[in-house]
Design a protein around this ligand. Structure first.
Ligand SMILES: [Zn+2]
Length: 163
């Protein structure tokens, strides 16, 4: 992995964070003053701190789609199983928000966050099948995000058939 460029860092670079109002009231560019670096190392305190910045309890805040993209990028870049389970926890907070609407074409914060997370479902399936620490979070993400629940049901059976 040494020479590979990071998807998570590309996702951080791609956004105009200063134009996003953070959940704490500051411009979201403040997340780049160290906190996002700690997120990239999966520091548990940094991941937990996204409550108040990217979401607040069950409610999403404006950085949610950008943070969701960074989280997926981290999964894609490669993490230890325990780190991945912490990132899946973060993704679950972003996916489980109240006020979600079912219209995938909606421009709402919830719909935009869902679209980002749905773009990474294959990575969630990978964790579901392979990560004993993250399988429960992955399962809950699949229940929320997967439009084709017959596919999720197949993977549940496939997982059990391998024991
Ligand atoms: Zn903030």
């Amino acid at each position: 992995m040494g020479d590979m460029l990071s998807i998570a860092r590309a996702e951080i670079r791609r956004r105009d964070w200063a134009a996003i109002r953070c959940g704490c009231g500051l411009p979201a560019s403040h997340l780049l003053d160290g906190l996002m670096e700690d997120v990239l190392t999966c520091a548990p305190a940094a991941l937990a701190a996204m409550d108040k910045h990217a979401f607040e309890g069950p409610f999403l805040r404006d950085p949610a789609p950008a943070v969701a993209a960074v989280a997926l990028g981290m999964l894609a870049d490669g993490l230890t199983p325990r780190q991945a389970s912490d990132v899946l926890w973060l993704m679950l907070q972003l996916a489980a928000g109240e006020g979600g609407d079912e219209d995938p074409d909606s421009s709402s914060l919830y719909a935009r966050t869902f679209r980002v997370l749905r773009g990474g479902l294959t990575l969630v399936y990978r964790e579901f099948l392979n990560n004993p620490w993250g399988s429960q979070e992955a399962r809950e993400l699949l229940e929320i995000l997967e439009v084709d629940q017959s596919k999720h049901a197949f993977y549940e059976k496939f997982l059990r058939s391998t024991f």
